[in-house]
Design a protein around this ligand. Sequence first.
Ligand SMILES: Nc1ncnc2c1ncn2[C@@H]1O[C@H](COP(=O)(O)OP(=O)(O)OP(=O)(O)O)[C@@H](O)[C@H]1O
Length: 116
Amino acid sequence: MRLCTLFFQDKVQHDRVAGSQLQLLRLLVHGGPGTGKSFLTKRIQERAEEMGLQVACMALTGIAAGIMPQGTTCHYRLAIRCGTTRRRPPPLQREKLLQQQEQKRRQAAGRWNLRP
Ligand SMILES: Nc1ncnc2c1ncn2[C@@H]1O[C@H](COP(=O)(O)OP(=O)(O)OP(=O)(O)O)[C@@H](O)[C@H]1O
């Protein structure tokens, strides 16, 4: 954790010299199963918080997010909406689309000599 402390101290000092506000720092912890990602993330978070820095932990899955202290999924934290934003077509247009689909299905069935 000495390296972690030195890293944050360097960063804080660098940002203070460069300007008055601390710059946002993004860290990506990546690795195979059981290589110590959660362990390292927790230590980094503890150290950063001891130094008065704010930490937001995010993960791609809910299970991974649940392991981290105050962890959330990326979608939740960044307010990324899931699902389609496309609206359903209006009824008339929808009817037309269904007709086109049926027509294509019949054409395909004819091509393969199947009963429509
Ligand atoms: N630097 C370390 N010193 C001591 N133990 C460690 C260290 N790094 C990891 N471990 C131990 O190794 C095991 C696996 O670590 P960890 O759960 O952090 O891995 P992970 O990459 O998050 O795993 P997964 O991908 O399955 O979520 C844990 O028991 C953890 O305590």
